[in-house]
Design a protein around this ligand. Structure first.
Ligand code: CP
Length: 307
């Protein structure tokens, strides 16, 4: 794996190896390349968690981060994405992390660049590192995926997280169900799981994964108000009481409190929302290490435990 563009392109063996490596980092392992290594983070869309946790991961791995602000770059003069990355490659950048508003922005780059590309989210398409950190969180909780029921609830059609998770969870043997407004369901996901009514989905799942309404990707906001959405499709305090013993709440965040989830549930005992963010650093360390090693850029020494 030189690039990491989608979860679909990862074999289950590769998924397991990344999760294992991330868990080792979570337990204190460390690894740094022997030679000077440069990375750049190109965020064409806003981000807090993904951008900052990639940066923490890069610093923990001792990588040199080349500052890149889209709005202060030659992108504003019309430079294409390919020319931007080709430029960074020419000056010695070994890996780029990209978030972009266009679905599959990377299809025009594939096979043309030596620099490793790590997808940090493409439009409504894919968010592989979010999916991997979700898997790490589920693995830590249950120790397996096979037979778990995972409900993905909310703005499914516009969610790259839903798409990435549905694919890989289904392949790992979990039962995936989708819920929320039926008009926001995406039939292309039927091969990974079926649509289920909200109360049933919440009461019978091991993992209740909520999604933000992505207003920025809706042509118009034809939905009811926030309060009405919360009542109809949100994880209310009443619905949480129906959840199975031992089941957990997840959300990729940012969270709209009192819309998809009640304010008081964001940090309740079942919630793993901030654990997911913590795991994001370890997963991104594993993904960066793998991309740099398999791209032939750096030494292939295995990580070492902290002394
Ligand atoms: N979950 C996630 O991708 O959050 P950010 O948009 O803040 O990176």
């Amino acid at each position: 794996m030189k690039h990491l563009l989608t979860t679909n392109a990862l074999s289950l063996e590769e998924v397991r190896m990344i999760i294992e490596e991330a868990q080792a980092f979570a337990e204190g392992a460390t690894w740094q390349p022997e030679q000077q290594t440069f990375v750049a983070n190109l965020f064409f869309e806003p981000s807090t968690r993904t951008k900052c946790s990639f940066e923490v991961a890069e610093r923990k791995l001792g990588l040199n981060i080349i500052p890149f602000e889209v709005n202060a770059s030659s992108v504003l003069k019309g430079e294409t994405l390919y020319d931007t990355i080709r430029t960074l490659e020419s000056i010695g950048v070994d890996a780029v992390v990209i978030r972009h508003c266009e679905d599959n922005y990377f299809s025009e780059l594939e096979g043309k660049l030596k620099t490793s590309i790590i997808n940090a989210g493409d439009g409504c398409g894919h968010h592989p590192t979010q999916s991997l950190l979700d898997l790490l969180t589920i693995q830590q909780e249950f120790g397996h995926f096979y037979g778990l029921k995972v409900a993905i609830i909310g703005d499914i059609r516009h969610s790259r997280v839903a798409r990435s998770n549905a694919d890989v969870l289904h392949r790992l043997g979990a039962e995936v169900v989708f819920s929320g407004p039926e008009e926001w369901f995406d039939e292309s996901l039927l091969e990974s799981g079926k649509y289920e009514e909200i109360d049933q989905a919440i009461a019978t799942s091991d993992v209740v994964m909520l999604l933000r309404i992505q207003h920025e990707r809706h042509d118009q906001d034809g939905q009811d108000g926030k309060e009405a959405y919360h009542k109809k499709f949100g994880l209310t305090v009443e619905r949480e009481k129906t959840m199975k013993a031992g089941s957990i709440i997840m959300h990729p965040a940012p969270v709209n409190r009192d819309v998809e989830i009640a304010d008081e549930l964001v940090e309740c005992e079942r919630s793993r929302i901030f654990k997911q963010m913590e795991n994001g650093v370890f997963v991104r360390m594993a993904v960066l290490k793998r991309a740099l090693q398999e791209g032939g850029k750096v030494n292939v020494n295995h990580h070492q435990k902290w002394p």
